[in-house]
Ligand binder design. Structure first.
Ligand code: NAD
Ligand code: LMR
Length: 353
C-alpha cells in the first residue's frame, strides 16, 4: 500500500506525539489546524529551555498574554518540554528546537531572547568558576543572535553575569550589530530577594517594597541601596549588616540548600519572567517601566554596571544615576567596583584574545 506524505506524517505524529511541536513537523501542524495563527504579540525565544530555570520560565512565559510565539531551544530534551508546554490553553504558539543545527530557526524573527543556558554552581564554587564552560556557550548563542535576530532584546541570565554580558557585547561588536540598549544582564533575582528580605524585617507585604540593587551579580558586587528603600524607612546598623549579607549571599544560600543538585531555578524563573514582562511592556510602548539590570553604563567609570533603567521600545532607553549613598554604601560601592572591573575585563579578553 502506498501512503501519501500527509498520511505518513499523521502516523508518525500519532506514534511520536512530542514531535508535533518540533520544527520539522510544523508543516503537519499547520495542515491540521484551521486557524492560521498570527495573533498580535511578541516573539520570544528561550535558549536553555529544558534546564532547571528554562522549564519553569517557559511555562510562565506561555501564560504571558504579551507573547504570541514562544521558541524553546536546548541541546537536550527540547521536544519533551515543548510537547508538554504546548498543551497549555494559553495564547502563545510554542515551537521546539533541538541542537545547534536548529539554532538559527529558533532565533529568526525573535523580538526578545532570554538566555539561561549553561552550567549552575555546586557548593564551594563561585560564579566565576563557571566561566570556562559558560563563556563559550554564551559566545555561540550570541553569534546566532547577531546573525538571525540582531534587533532582538537580549536578557542574559547565564553566570557569571558580570562577565557574560561583556562577552555578549564583544560578540555583537565583532558582528557589527551591537546596540548597548538591547543587551541586559538579568539581576532581577537580587531585587526580588532584597524586596523579600527587607519586607520580612519591616513586617510589610513584599509587593509593597522596592529595593534598588546596583553593581553586578556576584557576592560583594551585589549592592543593595537600603537607604533608598520605598516606602521610606530606617534600619538599625545590625539590620543593615544582616540584610546586606543575606542579599549578597542569597544565591549561595540556595546552592548550599540544594546540596549539589543546582542553584536557584524557581525563584529565578519568577524573576526572569518579571523582568521579561517589563521588557515586553517597554517594547509595546508603555510609559514608566523601570527595573534594575546590568547594562552598558556611564554611571561609574566601569563600562557595565547595574542600576535602575527605563525600558522602552528600543530596550534600556535611560540608565538612572545611583542617587545619594550613605557612608556604608559608598564603601560597598568601592569594593563592588574593584571586583566588577576584573570580571568585566575577563569577559572582554575572552573574545578579544
Ligand atoms: N542571573 C541570575 O540571577 C541567575 C540565577 C540563577 C541561575 N543563573 C545561571 O543560569 C544558568 C542556568 O542555570 P540552571 O539551573 O537552569 O542550569 P541547568 O543545568 O539546570 O540548565 C541549563 C540548560 O542549559 C542547556 N545548555 C547547555 N549548553 C547549551 C547550549 N550550548 N545551548 C543551549 N542550551 C544549552 C542545558 O542542556 C540545560 O538544559 C547557570 O549558569 C546559572 O548559574 C543565573
Ligand atoms: O548563585 C548562583 O550561582 C545562581 C544565581 O546567580 C543566584 O543568584 O541564585
Amino acid at each position: 500500500m502506498e501512503y501519501s506524505n500527509q498520511r505518513i506524517a499523521r502516523i508518525t505524529a500519532h506514534l511520536y506525539p512530542s514531535n508535533l511541536q518540533m520544527e520539522d513537523s510544523s508543516g503537519l501542524r499547520q495542515a491540521m489546524c484551521r486557524a492560521k495563527g498570527g495573533a498580535p504579540g511578541f516573539k520570544v525565544a528561550i535558549l536553555g529551555a529544558a534546564g532547571g530555570i528554562g522549564q519553569p520560565l517557559a511555562m510562565l512565559m506561555k501564560t504571558n498574554p504579551l507573547v504570541s510565539v514562544l521558541h524553546l531551544y536546548d541541546v537536550v530534551n527540547a521536544p519533551g518540554v515543548t510537547a508538554d508546554i504546548s498543551h497549555m490553553d494559553t495564547g502563545a504558539v510554542v515551537r521546539g528546537f533541538l541542537g545547534q543545527p536548529q539554532l538559527e530557526s529558533a532565533l529568526t524573527g525573535m523580538d526578545l531572547v532570554i538566555i539561561p543556558a549553561g552550567v549552575p554552581r555546586k557548593p564551594g564554587m563561585t560564579r566565576d568558576d563557571l566561566f570556562n564552560i559558560n563563556a563559550g556557550i554564551v559566545r555561540t548563542l550570541c553569534e546566532g543572535i547577531a546573525k538571525c535576530c540582531p534587533n532582538a532584546i537580549v536578557n542574559l541570565i547565564s553566570n557569571p553575569v558580570n562577565s557574560t554580558v561583556p562577552i555578549a557585547a564583544e560578540v555583537f561588536k565583532k558582528a557589527g550589530t551591537y546596540d548597548p540598549k538591547r543587551l541586559l544582564g538579568v539581576t532581577m533575582l537580587d531585587v526580588v530577594r532584597a524586596n523579600t528580605f527587607v519586607a520580612e524585617v519591616l513586617g510589610l507585604d513584599p509587593r509593597e517594597v522596592d529595593v534598588p540593587v546596583v553593581g553586578g551579580h556576584a557576592g560583594v558586587t551585589i549592592l543593595p541601596l537600603l537607604s533608598q528603600v520605598k516606602p521610606p524607612c530606617s534600619f538599625t546598623p545590625q539590620e543593615i549588616e544582616y540584610l546586606t549579607n543575606r542579599i549578597q549571599n542569597g544565591g549561595t544560600e540556595v546552592v548550599e540548600a540544594k546540596a549539589g543538585t543546582g542553584s536557584a531555578t524557581l525563584s529565578m524563573a519568577y524573576a526572569a519572567v518579571k523582568f521579561a514582562d517589563a521588557c515586553l511592556r517597554g517594547l509595546r510602548g508603555d510609559a514608566g517601566v523601570v527595573e534594575c539590570a546590568f547594562v552598558a553604563s556611564q554611571v561609574t567609570e566601569l563600562p557595565f554596571f547595574a542600576t535602575k533603567v527605563r525600558l522602552g521600545r528600543t530596550g534600556a532607553e535611560e540608565v538612572f544615576q545611583l542617587g545619594p549613598l550613605n557612608e556604608y554604601e559608598r564603601i560597598g560601592l568601592e569594593k563592588a567596583k574593584k571586583e566588577l572591573a576584573e570580571s568585566i575585563h575577563k569577559g572582554v579578553s575572552f573574545i578579544k584574545k
